[in-house]
Design a binder for this molecule. Structure first.
Ligand code: MTE
Ligand code: MO
Length: 422
């Protein structure tokens, strides 16, 4: 498996505009959930490695445009990417890319003819952009970036907290194609006094959240104007699946995916920070240097979640693998720098006593997964504890112990992998 992505001749998927129109015709017709019955299909089970980790594995086609996935919840859907997918691909295939929605009534189809993205608020010229215009009137921007849920790996957070109990598969890497948000803001002409941007989607707010809780996320104007934040209409060289935000989603490279608003329909330029539920009540982290705190601590100031932390993972060998002593063992996996590029990946075969530098695969840019590889020889029979650690350009590295906050956000503890030499 390793060879698939360690070689430098692997090229990132290319986007073709024609795909988009083909796809849109398909989507208009059938409702998203029409004819998809979960109970009618036999499902295999998987045991995620934490208490109460039993989940169904749903076969391809259970959800439209989705392959085999780990079922976390049916409606609104939470679908986790099976770990084996990361072993095979540095870019996560669209049909096995994880899915996360908050509202049960998000649209099950989108009319691409009437779909508009509006730029409103403190602008000289409000815009209403059709998909045609977005595709043809703005320069194409492509960027490889990891989309990771704030709560990825929440199942490993100790003490346990409420929320989806994901293992490590609430993340995925893709080449996003679309338009830099800066282009739209330039065209609209931002007025003096503007400081923030609100991003809104097609779905309406709904129970269990308060009635007016539309999904709305807010970024600083400066951030939105950085030339990296983009409106993506394609993913890995194809139209993105409806469940991943078709026809257009926000991509905020290096930031947790709660900001990556799907089915984006409105960008409001404002002179104040976000006041809505999703910025002031949900997705908050302690205002500490790490974003963690002591469990149970009272009176901690909270702020909106933001930059991603560095992470690294094993994809081979599998957990609990048996190898022959005296022979070199190849180990490898994927890593990311988080909000900035990866600086290095360190590997330990003795539970963290000694670390060696792993070699890195092709560099697709600062926000992409990057393959890493190392080898070691277990001289004696016995159990070895393998560990891997990512360090980013800011010198941030993964902690030995997972940090804690009430949302179970930003887990990034160093992975431990047991290996048997016989
Ligand atoms: N419109 C909309 N966009 C959304 C959300 C949502 O509920 N509605 N959830 C956000 C969160 S919390 C996550 S983790 C990502 C998930 O993206 P994906 O489903 O494409 O993997 O979408 C983000 N964008
Ligand atoms: Mo999320």
């Amino acid at each position: 498996m390793w060879e698939d992505f360690s070689t430098d001749d692997v090229t990132a998927p290319q986007w073709g505009r024609r795909e988009f129109l083909k796809m849109s015709a398909l989507l208009g017709a059938a409702g998203l959930f029409a004819g998809h019955s979960l109970s009618a299909r036999a499902a295999a089970m998987i045991d995620l490695p934490f208490v109460n980790g039993e989940r169904k594995i749903i076969p391809a086609g259970t959800f439209p445009q989705k392959g085999e996935m780990i079922l976390q919840r049916v409606r609104p859907p939470l679908l986790e990417t099976p770990w084996s997918v990361f072993d095979r691909h540095i870019f996560t295939p669209n049909d096995q890319f994880y899915v996360r929605w908050h509202m049960p009534d998000f649209p099950d189809h989108v009319d691409v003819k009437t779909y508009r993205i509006r730029v409103t608020g403190l602008v000289k010229k409000p815009l209403e952009i059709s998909l045609e215009e977005l595709l043809h009137d703005f320069p194409l921007r492509e960027m490889a970036a990891v989309n990771q849920c704030s709560g990825n790996s929440r199942g490993f957070v100790n003490p346990r907290v409420n929320g989806a109990q994901w293992a490590n598969g609430a993340m995925g890497n893709a080449v996003w194609a679309g338009v830099a948000l800066r282009e739209l803001l330039q065209r609209a002409g931002v007025k003096k006094g503007a400081t923030h941007l609100a991003f809104r989607s097609l779905e309406k707010g709904m129970a269990p959240f308060p009635a007016d809780t539309r999904f709305e996320k807010v970024l600083d104007l400066e951030h939105g104007n950085d030339g990296e934040v983009m409106l993506a209409y394609a993913m890995n060289g194809a139209t993105m699946p409806l469940l991943n935000g078709f026809p257009v989603r926000l991509v905020v490279p290096g930031w947790y995916s709660t900001y990556w608003v799907k089915m984006l329909t409105e960008i409001e330029v404002m002179d104040h920070p976000g006041t809505g539920f999703w910025m002031t009540k949900a997705y908050l982290i302690p205002d500490t240097p790490t974003g963690y705190m002591t469990p149970g601590e009272k009176g901690v100031k909270m702020v909106p979640i933001n930059r991603m932390k560095p992470r690294s993972f094993f994809t081979e060998p599998g957990s609990g693998a048996r190898v022959a002593k005296g022979h070199p063992v190849q180990v490898g996996g994927i890593a990311m720098g988080g909000s900035t590029a990866l600086e290095r990946v360190l590997f330990s075969a003795d539970g963290g006593a000694h670390w060696q530098k792993a070699s890195l695969g092709h560099d697709y840019g600062p926000y992409s997964f990057r393959a890493w590889q190392a080898s070691f020889t277990p001289e004696k029979a016995g159990t070895y504890t393998l560990m891997v650690k990512a360090v980013n350009r800011q010198g941030e590295e993964q902690p030995l112990q997972g940090g804690w906050n009430p949302g179970g956000f930003m887990y990034n503890a160093i992975e431990h992998l047991p290996l048997q030499a016989v």
